[in-house]
Design a binder for this molecule. Sequence first.
Ligand code: BGC
Length: 763
Amino acid sequence: MEREKIRELISQMTLEEKAGLCSGLDFWRTKGVERLGIPSVMVTDGPHGLRKQDGEGDHLGINVSIKAVCFPAGCATASSFDRELVTKLGETIGEECQAENVSTILGPAMNIKRSPLCGRNFEYYSEDPLVSTEMAAALVHGVQSKNVGTSPKHFMANNQEYHRLTSSSEMDERTMREIYLSSFEGMVKKEKPWTIMNSYNKLNGTYLCENREMLTDVLRKEWGFDGYVMTDWGAMNDRVESLKAGCNLEMPASGGETDGEIVAAIKNGTLEESVLDACCEEFLNIVFRYEENRDREAVFNLEKDHETARRIEEECIVLLKNEDELLPLTADKKAAFIGKYAAAPRYQGGGSSHINSFKVESAMNAVEAFDYIKKENITYAQGFDDAADQADETLVREAVDAAKNADVAVIFAGLPDNFESEGYDRKHMRMPDCQNALIEAVAEVQPNTVVVLHNGAPVEMPWIDKVKAVLEAYLGGQAVGGATVNVLYGAVNPSGRLAETFPLRVQDTPCYLNYGGEHEKSVYSEGVFVGYRYYTSKDMEVLFPFGHGLTYTEFSYNGLTVSSERIKESETLAVSVDVTNTGSRAGKEVVQLYVAPRGGTIIRPLRELRAFEKIELAAGETKKVTFILDKRAFAYWSTEIHDWHVESGEYEVQIAKNAQDVVLSTAVYVESGTIIPKVFTLNSTIGEIMADPKGRTILEQSMGAMMGAEGQQMAEEAQEGDGVINDEMMAATMEAMPLRQLASFVPGVTRKALEPLIQALNS
Ligand code: BGC
């Protein structure tokens, strides 16, 4: 509907009707105004499938929802690094929404994985903002192409479950911009989501629902968001303040209470009616966008979407380890499938994203169903009981026997439901003792042991050196069993890459000492050093680095070229590299480009992912991949100018297999286009002044004049020296010396005499 018409509608509404639009009708529906033809529309969780509750609603996944398809969770889909695939997922969900008359799906969930302990990491994409924003953009694109809205969430800095309704995420401006806002920025600018869900928590003391800087200044004014903001369920704090800040819709229903507060505020003059009008306009624009583009022909085909769920998961599974090329298995090998998850996989997480799957395909189901598997060669042993942490000796013994009698043991392990969920954080990064013990016992008798993991976040692997292969299936959706079997037997060549680091132990994680916080404050003191930005900068050993993933083929890289060795920040840089599949079967590679500053005055991560592309190569095939980098690839957020800034200097452009394994690299010089104005004072150091081209000239000229003969002589003597103070020490001392100290040490120099110098520096 045209804006003009929407405004016309608003002008016909009573104050009460307008205020009524600002909160939900019930748990899942917005309010309509029947007399004016304004419909009530439904929103539904998300993000990896439809949780449409026809009956009683709740936000914890307790009451039943309609039978639907559970697709792989965000932890898995991010590992695909495949934009097209995630768009396909979005299109499928969008179509399901149209068929079920759902106006908006509540997702993608896209908070940064600050710590592997966050209970909700299984829903989120990555520790890296580029991967997060690109994957989210791909999903939003797919869903919205079906004329259904998305609600990327939870905006923002909702990186822990602990006290998520009251805790304040405390961070500095640069960390916020480079990591936590960046995760949303690209997606918003590129795809204009129809809605955004603000998070429960506070940011530096202000609840997100009433954070004007975030909801209006950044989201709308800077990034061009033109949809409506809704609260997370029950996140509303102060209704009137939040309306002023830019939060349109409170969800779920408020029983009319907060609508009344809006009306009262307008009547008593503390809220302008125009603010309410603008809020209604933004909201109705989206409501009608859905209503006027209904696809009444859309169908929700469960079986077809189940197949899609399997195909997606096949692209997400990450082959973490494959010694002696144990995988892929051949059908004539006798394999013992061990572990409860072989028969009843853990494939989704708990909480609001919980889907009522119409069916679940386990690995054992796939063994039965897939023609190429010789069923007589596969045995099954339960191995562990999900409900218990302690190993069950009988189950272990059965598993060990099965392993002994086979050529290979495949253990389906991971995390039980209660180990990770929305609502609370994990206390540690371990798998249950019963599973670790089972893996050790099986590996003891069977040298050919494979572990398949079903988990939403990294786990410690104390047995890693005792098993030959590890497949990370993540929470792979309801078809995870079929996808896993296809990867195990090579019907699919694994192509997933880790979108997060697997640290060796939880104590190694960057926010280990602060995570969760105290007194309702969670201080992000690790700053921009999140995930691999921390581990690589500290040159730390990890279990598996960000970006890691093996395949059943090999890729080589050659011919890295850049369009220029020197660019201005306003120019773009084309980077090309040839990738060859040197193995004997088709496969997919994720080409990763990192940028590493070679110096500069700013404390920055060693390298940062700036571009990636997933490509498919037939055996022997070579493809050229070209990336276009712009200013942002070299920039950091400057708190002096409150903007992105590039320091003039050399940067390495690196092509890497993962965050720790650089295969090709070349340097470019990038010239800044912005001079950050400096104000010099008596406390400015000689180093600071000398680093400034103008400052250097002025200082050198005036020092000579001020020092006079006596000072000159002293400087020369200091240079000749007696060997006690060498040149290096002298240079370091001078570099750090504030101007005012010259007056104490250099004959002829006085504070008064320094004044014109400072004036000249600042002119
Ligand atoms: C979750 C949201 C979800 C909402 C509705 C909240 O508890 O944080 O992600 O969309 O409930 O179920």
